[in-house]
Design a protein around this ligand. Structure first.
Ligand SMILES: C[S@@+](CC[C@H](N)C(=O)[O-])C[C@H]1O[C@@H](n2cnc3c(N)ncnc32)[C@H](O)[C@@H]1O
Length: 218
């Protein structure tokens, strides 16, 4: 795992994101990408099921997801949430991924898209996502691959102060400690990416079920 952890506290990290969001705006994800994230969770039609987006940023995923589901976004950056408020109608909560302010078994779906790799307490956050997920719920974790084929030509570089890149095996080992991995999808922005073997793709989407091991439910 390639790990750069410049900030040691959520307070300092959130301060950086506040500045980033107010100076440059939100990281915008495309409609195609957002729909793919929903499709991989098996969401194709409108229901009254509940979804939580952890590290929701500017709310672009929520804007799509709320057409199908009853959505909540959480982010520790106040500036991110101010922007999300303009982009979507979902419920928005200020708080940290490592201490989710929700009861056990609250959500049918949890997503964490391009955010998990930035969390200081990554393992505690995975445990928290498992805790708030309903028993038959599903999670989509979108994370970057340290073995991405183009990183072989240009070494991997972190763009945010706290960032991790890991291989398929390393992510499997970490995520598998807290969740039951059901499937792993490969993702690249480029259509040619379909030809790239999974190990060398740009990012992975881990579709997981909650883990019922008793020590994780405490
Ligand atoms: C790269 S952005 C991704 C945003 C969004 N998911 C997307 O796909 O556009 C990472 C987000 O995670 C948030 N974040 C980082 N650490 C966090 C934490 N511990 N708790 C909650 N949000 C956090 C940041 O404020 C930022 O909005």
């Amino acid at each position: 795992m390639i790990e750069k952890m410049e900030f040691k506290s959520d307070f300092d990290s959130a301060k950086w994101y506040n500045k980033r969001f107010s100076e440059f705006g939100a990281f915008e994800t495309s409609e195609k990408y957002n729909l793919l994230m929903l499709e991989w969770l098996g969401i194709k039609e409108k229901t009254d099921k509940k979804l939580l987006d952890v590290g929701c940023g500017g709310g672009f995923f929520l804007k799509q997801a709320e057409k199908f589901l009853n959505c909540t976004g959480i982010d520790f950056s106040k500036e991110a949430l101010l922007q999300a408020k303009k982009n979507c109608n979902s419920k928005l909560v200020l708080g940290s991924a490592s201490n989710l302010p929700f009861k056990n078994n609250s959500f049918d779906f949890v997503v964490c898209l391009g955010s998990l790799e930035h969390f200081i307490e990554i393992e505690k956050s995975l445990k928290e996502m498992n805790r708030v997920l309903k028993k038959n719920g599903k999670i989509n974790l979108f994370v970057p691959n340290s073995e991405f084929i183009l990183f072989k030509l240009n070494p991997v570089t972190a763009h945010q102060p706290n960032e991790r890149f890991a291989s398929l095996k390393e992510w499997e080992k970490l995520i598998g400690k807290y969740l039951e991995i059901e499937s792993v999808h490969k993702f690249t922005h480029n259509p040619i990416g379909k030809l790239i073997p999974k190990n060398f793709t740009y990012s992975f989407s881990f579709i997981c079920r909650g883990c019922v091991r008793s020590e994780l439910l405490l």
